[in-house]
Design a protein around this ligand. Structure first.
Ligand code: AGP
Length: 630
């Protein structure tokens, strides 16, 4: 989820004499900084060479570097703001990465799944690497093809042909932009499973990971399709597939203002991030299993032998992240048969917990800076436990202080209330559970492969819910005057109900409470009165029958007392209709994976209701994105 900008212009007196590439690229990076801000870099082509600068930290660090060590004037350049996936946020790991003796610069958004084998192949050819990134491997591959396979001969297609040949070797998700000193008026780019748009100017052309990258210069855009290569010069845009066959992009006029362009055209980051969720789950899954369904969590870096001796797992987290842990508990215990507790971080170390060297601590944190969770992890380490961090922010404190990390790849989550990070956390926790099951032999490879296949279908299922969001949105808008909403769920639906309640509290500032549906009759049912809105997350009727039947009877219990029942149920579940004022159907999926779908309507509902009240859904009152105090 990085920010990417490319530019080629010229100044031979034509209309819109070319701008200085540095200015255009920096302006674009500034607008794209929300997409990633743990490092930034830029490369320009001038005087027959590539000049580049890159710095970890915010874009301002790069700007300071450029003031101290200016780049030459140029009409061709590329720039990148990074949201780290492979390799921490350091100067070394920042993009661009150079190759071909410093004559080629490459920037990248995404995950090259087969970078390890490509790296071995290039090392065998004597290529050396400065960073730990998959991007540098892609740069070296491109440089090797350009120099050694094509002889650096523009007549053989030059950088464009080299990019086509390189992309035929790459697996995973990538947007690549490259420049070469031999071709000073060209930027070549490629995309697969990662966004890239072209900006069409007069005597100049642009590239961006989204239109924010060039919206200050042109509103004419061309969206590129899957597996396409684009070569831009000041006067031309040439699109092919990965094999050189001519291809077409989709031209359109950008009608967003710059501010809404940063939100992908959505009115808020919150809504954008809800719609980012299919990609957040996809990116978190990418590169973590092979075609045989074998999990390859190389970055986990905990001795597999130690993981085999684990006899207890304790999940440490707060808020939404704790609910992700609660969802994961059901799956991990089912797949690994390891007792798994979920503890609120701020409670954990004050209750004299039982922790030893056979305890695996799994902390879950979007920010990686939540002080409650950091202190709990430190405490557990003092007791001898091994610690794994599931985190969305590369290089943050909690993963740095953990024995191992499994990063979610949701991209920066700007809205304070967590949505896409929540689904990505659940996904990463599932991967960890499957990895443990694989290591300890609790599941056959075929079983794991089937579960991974079901997980692989989740992004499209989330998209289907988003495509049909109007109905739940309307309900949210119609309930702006609600004073209290209850949420019920059983089994994995219980933490979903808790998360649905938290979203409504955070965004709409109204009382909301999540319950285990079976708990209602032990007291809370006294809350039910005429018209009381009650959401019920219903498990699949194809699952454990008793569960479904019991939840349907819970719906009847509250309805009999006047509740306004709003049901989230699986497509085809007709049994719930008789007792529900509203039914929102979600696609069929195995029970343990259902939270990745059932949560989405609740997020949309909370957003719609809060928006109807006119509240700032990105920055709710009293809240901080990262709670760095205990
Ligand atoms: C989520 O909507 C909340 N903003 C909050 O509960 C958050 O999940 C919690 O503070 C934990 O933050 P972390 O994931 O960054 O550790």
């Amino acid at each position: 989820m990085c920010g990417i900008v490319g530019y080629v212009g010229h100044s031979d007196g034509r209309v819109n004499a070319g701008h200085n590439a540095l200015d255009v690229v920096l302006e674009g990076l500034r607008r794209l900084e929300y997409r990633g801000y743990d490092s930034a870099g830029i490369a320009v082509v001038a005087d027959g060479t590539i000049s580049s600068r890159k710095k970890s930290g915010k874009l301002n660090n790069l700007i300071s570097e450029l003031e101290a060590r200016p780049l030459p004037e140029s009409l061709t350049g590329i720039g990148h703001t990074r949201w780290a996936t492979h390799g921490g946020p350091t100067d070394q790991n920042a993009h661009p990465h150079l190759a071909d003796g410093g004559k080629l610069a490459l920037i990248h958004n995404g995950i090259i799944e087969n970078f390890a084998e490509l790296k071995q192949e290039l090392l065998a050819k004597g290529v050396t690497f400065q960073s730990e990134t998959d991007t540098e491997v892609a740069a070296a591959l491109l440089g090797d093809i350009y120099r050694n396979q094509l002889g650096g001969d523009a007549a053989k297609g030059g950088l464009t042909r080299a990019m086509q040949l390189a992309c035929q070797r790459l697996e995973g998700a990538f947007t690549l932009l490259a420049v070469h000193a031999d071709q000073p008026d060209v930027v070549v780019a490629a995309r697969r499973n990662s966004p890239l748009v072209v900006g069409l100017g007069e005597g100049e052309n642009f590239l961006g990971s989204d239109v924010s990258g060039f919206i200050d210069y042109t509103r004419r855009a061309v969206e590129l399709g899957q597996d396409q290569i684009v070569t831009i010069t000041a006067d031309a845009v040439d699109i092919t597939d990965f094999y050189g066959a001519p291809a077409q992009g989709k031209e359109y006029e950008v009608n967003w203002d710059p501010a809404s362009a940063e939100k992908g055209g959505f009115p808020s980051f919150m809504e954008k991030e809800i719609h980012d969720q299919p990609d957040a789950v996809l990116q978190t899954l990418l590169g973590r299993s092979d075609i045989h369904g074998k999990l390859t969590l190389d970055e986990l870096r905990i001795d597999p032998q130690l993981l085999k001796t684990v006899d207890k797992i304790i999940v440490l987290a707060c808020g939404t992240s704790a609910y992700a842990g609660q969802v994961a508990k059901y799956a991990i215990e089912n797949w690994c048969r390891i007792p798994t507790e979920v503890e609120l971080s701020h409670e954990f170390r004050y209750r004299d917990p039982i922790v030893d060297e056979n305890t695996l601590i799994v902390s879950i944190s979007q920010s990686g800076e939540t002080m409650d969770t950091l202190m709990a992890v430190r405490y557990a380490k003092e007791q001898g436990a091994k610690t794994v961090s599931i985190c969305n922010t590369n290089g943050s404190t909690i993963p740095r202080e953990s024995d191992a990390v499994l990063y979610t790849h949701a991209g920066p989550e700007i809205a304070v209330a967590s949505t896409k990070a929540f689904l990505a956390q659940i996904t990463a926790a599932y991967l960890l559970g499957l990895y443990l099951a694989q290591l300890r032999g609790n599941k056959f490879q075929g079983e794991i492969k089937d579960i991974l296949a079901d997980l692989g279908k989740i992004p499209a299922k989330i998209q289907r819910i988003l495509d049909n969001e109007a109905q739940i949105k309307e309900l949210g808008q119609s309930m702006a005057d609600a004073k209290s909403v209850l949420f019920l769920g059983r089994h994995v639906g219980f933490p979903v109900a808790m998360e649905g309640a938290l979203k409504l509290k955070e965004l709409a500032y109204i009382h909301a409470e999540g319950f285990a549906a079976g708990e209602l009759k032990h007291g809370p049912i006294a809350l039910i009165e005429e018209g009381q809105p009650v959401f019920v997350v219903v498990p699949s009727p194809r699952g454990r029958d008793s569960l479904h039947a019991k939840v349907v009877s819970n719906i009847q219990e509250v309805r009999a007392r006047g509740a306004k029942t709003i049901v989230i149920a699986e497509e085809g579940d007709e049994a719930v209709k008789a007792y529900a004022e509203h039914v929102f159907y979600i696609p069929e999926t195995p029970t343990l994976l259902a939270p990745l779908l059932a949560t989405v309507p609740l997020q949309i509902f909370a957003l719609a209701l809060a928006s109807a009240k006119g509240y700032d859904v990105d920055q709710p009152r009293n809240l901080a994105k990262s709670v760095t105090v205990e």
